[in-house]
Design a protein around this ligand. Structure first.
Ligand code: LLP
Length: 418
């Protein structure tokens, strides 16, 4: 987070004061640091440089075109989960052969789009999906490269909503069916089985679940190869956590140090799908205090950002650090930071100690680069907020604030109501 720091009591992003950005674009807004993004991409990708690998950025974490273009410029690829994400990454210039397509429910139109684009591979999550991909590929006269997503049944020790590698979860093919699924897949005329995939969860703060899961996959790789299927890729998904509060997640180098010895001599290209670890701490949400209010035994800071802008606190009770943008020596008070939306669940922080704030003052909600803007909605008919990228001493608006006309785009009143 050292690209967001105080200079003379004013929080800056690199060389630009956040207050000055607020004066130009209004509030609320998302703000990303170019320097942090580049550093995180390089640190992650560099950690695995000893073996052939593809870093496929998880687009769901942050899908702004400028962010994706930066990923493309660094030579990295994309992990996508929808036709819409495919469209975005192509717009940003990510090479098709660096795109991997995951998700439990790809529809035939999306499959067709991906096959026509020539993506590197599909991560397949069920037998029926495999059949659907084969059918579309036959129709197009193409061959689909697939990796089977295996559910290794390990506990990632994270929030239950973002744990995906336990056998009760909807993701992947159960370990006990994995071998037969690979063999069945290889028999389909338009399918080429090229790899196995896993993704066990997000915001993992330990290396051990990755190690356990990879070990389980290695046995499978061997068995599949024994059946004459030449696997070229081992995709271990994303999931490396970040520090929101006092977590101490492993550095990508630690993850690589734990995994690379296991992969020695395996002769595969490793595919990685990091999202949060790249963008999470490269972004913040800046919001303004509208009102302060003393309830019965509670104090509220009512701010202009809400759960439609940043859903994570409401959805996962996620903790995001909040800082006053202008440092003050005022006394600390305990407050709930809440938004204008008509829901009790609309909060950014509860029972949080913050310096006494006044109407019009700015707050920075930290660690808001991942699963933040991408999960924003227009609930309560609130225009989505702008996104700004700072590079050194320059600021660039990379997504304009929505206007009211955007809110009704595509809607029509049928003639009988006119
Ligand atoms: N690969 C696959 C197949 C995934 O499903 C995900 C995330 C990733 C990669 C990237 O994971 P990461 O490196 O970012 O942990 N909205 C939640 C997180 C949902 C994660 C979904 N899958 C949150 O705000 O915490």
């Amino acid at each position: 987070m050292n690209d967001f720091r105080f200079v003379d009591d004013e929080l800056h992003c690199e060389g630009v004061s956040i207050t000055s950005i607020a004066e130009k674009v209004g509030t609320p807004f998302y703000l990303y640091s170019h320097e942090t993004l580049c550093r995180h991409l390089q640190a992650f990708d560099g950690a695995f440089s000893d073996i052939p690998h593809l870093t496929a950025f998880a687009v769901k974490s942050n899908s702004n075109l400028a962010v994706l273009k930066l990923v493309a410029n660094q030579g990295m690829g994309a992990d996508i989960v929808s036709g819409g994400e495919l469209y975005r990454v192509l717009q940003a210039g990510i090479a098709p052969d660096k795109i991997v397509f995951a998700g439990v429910g790809k529809d035939p139109e999306e499959i067709k789009y991906a096959l026509e684009t020539g993506i590197r591979m599909f991560n397949v999550e069920s037998g029926e999906e495999l059949q659907a991909i084969n059918d579309v590929a036959v129709r197009l006269g193409k061959k689909a490269r697939v990796a089977l997503r295996v559910n290794p049944d390990v506990d990632p020790q994270t929030h239950p909503y973002i744990a995906t590698g336990l056998k009760k979860s909807k993701f992947g093919i159960g370990s006990k069916f994995a071998l037969e699924s690979c063999v069945a897949a290889a028999k389909l005329s338009a399918i080429e089985v090229v790899g196995v995939h896993m993704h066990i969860g997000s915001q993992l703060t330990k290396v051990s679940p990755f190690v356990d899961a990879v070990k389980r996959l290695l046995g499978l790789v061997e068995q599949v190869r024994d059946r004459g299927i030449e696997l070229q890729y081992l995709n271990i998904g994303g999931g490396l956590g970040i520090s929101y509060a006092d977590e101490t997640p492993p550095h990508p180098d630690d993850l690589a140090a734990a995994l690379l010895p296991l992969l020695k001599g395996l002769n595969v290209t490793l595919v990685l799908e990091p999202g949060r670890v790249i963008v999470g701490n490269a972004g913040i949400l800046v919001t303004k205090v509208l009102y302060t209010k003393d309830g019965d035994g509670k104090r509220f800071l009512i701010v202009d950002a809400a759960m439609n802008d940043l859903l994570r606190p409401s959805l996962y009770e996620a903790y995001h650090e909040i800082r006053a943008v202008t440092r003050t020596k005022r006394d600390a008070v305990v407050v709930d930071v809440v938004g204008p939306i008509c829901e009790s669940g609309d909060f950014l922080a509860k029972d949080r100690e913050l310096p006494e704030m006044k109407s019009g003052e700015l707050l920075a909600v930290m660690s808001a680069g991942a699963y933040a803007f991408t999960m924003a909605s227009n609930y309560n008919a609130r225009p989505r907020v702008p996104e700004v990228l700072v590079r050194d001493t320059e600021m660039h608006v990379i997504r304009a604030r929505e206007v009211y006309a955007d809110l009704v785009r595509g809607e029509q009143i049928p003639a009988f109501l006119q």
